[in-house]
Ligand binder design. Sequence first.
Ligand code: FRU
Length: 527
Amino acid sequence: TSESQPYRTGYHFQPPKNWMNDPNGPMIYKGIYHLFYQYNPKGAVWGNIVWAHSTSTDLINWTPHDAAIYPSQKSDINGCWSGSATILPGGKPAMLYTGIDPNNTQVQNLAVPKNLSDPHLIEWVKSPTNPLMAPTAMNQINVSSFRDPTTAWLGPDKKWRVIIGSKINHKGLAILYTSKNFVKWTQAKHPLHSAEGTGMWECPDFFPVATKGVYGVETSKLGSSIKHVLKVSLDDTKHEYYTIGTYNIFTDKYVPDKGQVDSDSGLRYDYGKFYASKTFFDILTQRRILWGWINESSSVEHDIKKGWSGVQAIPRNIWLDKSGKQLIQWPIVEIEKLRVNQVKLPSKFLKAGSVVEVKDIEASFKIPGFEKAEVLDPSWTDPQLLCSQKGVSVKGALGPFGFLVLSSKSLEEYTAVFFRIFKGHGKYVVLMCSDQSRSSLDADNDKTTYGAFVDVDPVHKSLSLRSLIDHSIVESFGGGGKACITARVYPTLAIDHEAHLYAFNYGTEKINLTNLSAWSLKKAQIS
Ligand code: FRU
């Protein structure tokens, strides 16, 4: 019941119980979406990892199935870790995944559907030649730093290519393998890419994006109107970053564009909690869709007590921004069919708790004057630090303004998602924050504040903010998807119908709320 389980989600994907981490092998097959994920069938902490499996026709409502891939061979007897789907010619899916062998060595394995006429692909069979890729004395790959194969791509030379996350000392590495038949793989002489000082690259993702428009492209697509994106998940910091760059199929090298930051301080899909993410190309709607895991901010004891841990973010449609310098992300439109009870409010004060429980809110703010904008000190380069120093209770000139979500009636508890605008060097700088410091009266949670700079022009455009609120999740999109921040919070008072929502402006200067729409969302069918 929601009384004993106030933090379970209404529309974010999660299993009925136990531990979940990375999304694995997302794909669409015969019009059905598949999501596999790292799962512990035996408890609420990480361990005994199998690929659990659910299917959907809309990416929102899900049907659970039996585990698809679980330890059964020597090459995966100690765990079936993360991996990706590749659609082979003829539309046949193939999964490459990391297996943990009897020596606890990380190796790469192949599994394929047993029965291609079953659109739900319930049963999977493993290649008898597994493992297909393994660390050897020759290739000098560290046995515990060799995992998480990407979706493979096919070159004009009819060779498949795949990258595996790795490291040498503290250098992050995308090891490249090639194959003619998807079974016999050869390590390339050079990695696809590497970067000093980042540590281990987990769950790499490498895919093309169109330079124009919002449509996604198939993973093997090459050409002059294509850029590539390389995303890595950093084991050391549990952050992800991505770069946009150029991939040369002849040299099999990826080079980030000038100005792209190839380190932990680079671009992130999400400046809050979001990890081990993976995209897939949805051939049905021509979108590239991003899945990402959001872990708990509560203690392990708390996870064990509630019997579960981990949720998936709302799938996000992603495409290249017009500037070519970053990606734009937006919750898939399918979520909008859960919307009920729209509340449109002309006033700047919204108090919805007793009437509708707002789950999806979108607002636009227009800034009438910038004269009083606070000057951005050149040393304020870390947005997260800036947000924690200038939390919601620190009044400024232009901001803080935004939403208080999951707030109790008398504001004993709330999560604040807001903007502040500063006068920078020749332009105005927009800071977006998610301040969890007052999110719960329970002291036993991680309440770290998150922050991001949003690359928008607040002078000529209004500034938009959308938050998806789901019991213990606040997933926010600033500037139309230019910056995303996801937080986990555990209110003790602001639960269900006691959860209120306010739009606020605590700055001294006027901000116009030009648009505000809020909805309740029906419960999705998930478990
Ligand atoms: C990322 C990760 C992967 C690994 C999997 C194991 O969260 O550590 O590198 O394959 O989880 O569950």
